[in-house]
Design a protein around this ligand. Structure first.
Ligand code: NPW
Ligand code: ADP
Ligand code: K
Length: 516
């Protein structure tokens, strides 16, 4: 996993690299520029003949912009720089890169616009815009010509690449400082910045790519960041190996407790998703009269009919049988489609206190704990909970969906600490937090996943990995990552609007099989 840092931490790392590892700051800037060009070329091939307009501010972010300009010329792109400050005011390194750019491209490749109109006219001629106005040095709300430029970029509707972070975005909080660029691609330098994954940063950053500028690993480690970005490599390493001698018992048995009349689909999708993430055996317990429906829907999943209420939801009288069911499985996933029938709620509250197996609680299992999240501290083992912001708000009496979304990271980490649970706070840039306060952000996933049932799929995947013996943190991280990746693959094939949760399930094997 890659540590996510604040602007201050990044500055300190750059400085240590310059003064202790003796890498000249101009070398760091050259590496930054080269990496950015690689990502621009990958995203917008071929570059030859394309008009690229680079907007440069006076700080080192602008300096990166000049390097990008010089290197893009070698790709036969047509480059024009809009310099938004006086050359005299450029930072030392930016000035050096400005001069190198001038030597390479000539004076006519740079103009210094003085008003919004001049900027707009120039941007209209660009195939690609590069935003090198402001980076981690942004301190105050943006005004004047910088603001005009940011607004002109947005108004132009052109493909936009942000250098390090979209200009105008607060590097730590993701708040918009006056106005911020909406990028299609952000190429961030050294380490990812927290603001790219929170607040407005989620919408402004677009796709985030990282460039290694050669900060020594030991320096990175010593920062001690408590926030990580999930990586493909880390989550794949957590999956159990497939040994030649393996049999289905090797990959665990998950018990799914889900469903009610009208909501058998939730149970079916959770159970099937557990199989698709590699679980050996899955049994779904469901209210008796829904059992035959599940039998018909699911071929590979076993089912178990349970006592039910008149409303055909799980009945309180089934508690001991459910506990025995859980006791005979390697892990349990409970919640999808249970309803909030008062008897079912009572059952869940008792069950959660008494179960002694790795488990994931979702949907109505969480709604059963609405305003009573202290019950979670009575669990025999720290469970994983998978709330969306609405469910999170119901768990915490003081919170609202809006307050949760305004501080997703803070909400998830506080709750995980206070209640001693693993939290997967779902939504764009899902946050995963653990009882000791460490948190991770998931880079995969897309708005096509905002469709009924995708949460049930995640529950099955988390449960399936718990059954396969993964520790809760590993199961939570890997399930979230592959869930998002399967969603991304489904969106690639089907488009975001039309994809549905069943498509996501079908893409889980492709996500697992992908080699990167
Ligand atoms: N060696 C390194 O460190 C490396 C750094 N790298 C790159 O450097 C970037 C950080 O560079 P940076 O520190 O120069 O800050 P940057 O974001 O360019 O701008 C700050 C300037 O803008 C000004 N300013 C601030 N707020 C403003 C506002 N609201 N409206 C208007 N102006 C405002 C402020 O001026 P001031 O107001 O303080 O006079 C200051 O001059 C980083 O994101 C990465 O791209 C890479 O090359 C890798 C190696
Ligand atoms: N904009 C988005 N970007 C990425 N993932 C998203 C987005 N919207 C929703 N998702 C994901 O889709 C899933 C939705 O889950 P949930 O709200 O529980 O739906 P349901 O209850 O219908 O199953 C979550 O995993 C969430 O992270
Ligand atoms: K920028």
């Amino acid at each position: 996993m890659i540590p996510i840092v604040t602007a201050e931490q990044m500055r300190a790392l750059d400085q240590r690299t310059i003064t202790e590892a003796l890498v000249p700051s101009l070398t760091l800037m050259e590496r930054a520029g080269a990496g950015i060009v690689t990502h621009i070329e990958a995203r917008y091939p071929p570059l030859a003949g394309k008009s690229v307009i680079i907007l440069c501010g006076k700080g080192n972010n602008g300096g990166d912009g000049f390097v990008v300009g010089r290197l893009l010329r070698r790709k036969q792109a047509r480059i024009h720089v809009l310099l938004l400050a006086s050359p005299d005011d450029l930072s030392r390194d930016a000035k050096t890169m400005y001069q190198r750019f001038l030597r390479s491209a000539g004076k006519s490749a740079v103009t210094s616009p003085t008003d919004a109109e001049a900027i707009q006219q120039r941007l209209a001629t660009g195939d690609i815009l590069v935003d090198a106005i402001l980076g981690t040095g942004t301190s105050t709300p943006v005004t004047g010509l910088y603001r005009d430029a940011i607004e002109a970029i947005t108004a132009s509707g052109r493909p936009t690449v942000a250098v390090d972070l979209p200009s105008g975005l607060h590097a730590d909080t993701g708040a918009v400082l006056g106005a911020a660029v909406r990028a299609d691609l952000t190429v961030t330098l050294g380490l990812p910045k927290a603001g790219l994954y929170s607040g407005s940063g989620i919408d402004c950053a677009g796709t985030v790519r990282l460039v290694d500028i050669g900060i020594p690993a030991s320096f990175v480690e010593s920062v001690g960041s408590r926030l990580m970005l999930l990586t493909d490599r880390a989550v794949r390493a957590a999956l159990p190996p497939r040994r030649p001698s393996a049999h289905k018992g090797t990959y665990g048995h998950l018990g799914v407790i889900a469903g009610s009349v009208g909501k058998t689909g939730a149970a079916a999708m959770a159970a099937l998703s557990a199989l698709r993430i590699g679980t050996g055996l899955v049994t779904a317990a469901t209210p008796a009269s829904a059992n035959d429906i599940l039998e018909a829907k699911l071929l590979e999943v076993m089912t178990l009919p349970m006592p039910e209420t008149k409303a055909r939801t799980f009945a309180r009288s089934g508690l001991e049988r459910l506990l025995a069911f859980a006791g005979a499985r390697d892990a349990v996933a409970i919640g999808p489609g249970l309803t909030t029938h008062p008897e079912t709620v009572e059952l869940v509250q008792e069950f959660v206190k008494r179960i002694d197996k790795p488990c994931v609680l979702d949907a109505d299992a969480l709604n059963a704990l609405a305003g009573k999240s202290s019950l979670l501290t009575e669990c025999k083992r720290p469970p994983i909970i998978t709330p969306h912001p609405g469910e999170m708000a119901r768990l915490e009496t003081e919170a609202t969906t809006q307050s949760v979304n305004e501080d997703r990271l803070g909400t998830a980490t506080r709750f995980a600490r206070e209640r001693g649970v693993f939290v997967i706070l779902k939504g764009a840039r899902t946050v995963i937090a653990r009882p000791d306060g460490l948190a991770a952000i998931c880079p995969t996933g897309n708005p096509g996943m905002a469709t009924a049932g995708t949460g049930d799929v995640l529950t099955g995947m988390v449960g399936g990995l718990l059954a396969q013996g993964l520790a809760p943190w590993d199961a939570a991280c890997a399930a979230t990552y592959f869930h998002g990746l399967a969603g991304d693959l489904a969106a690639q094939h089907l488009g975001q609007a039309g994809m549905i949760a069943s498509d996501l399930i079908q893409h889980i094997p492709h996500a697992l099989a992908q080699t990167t």
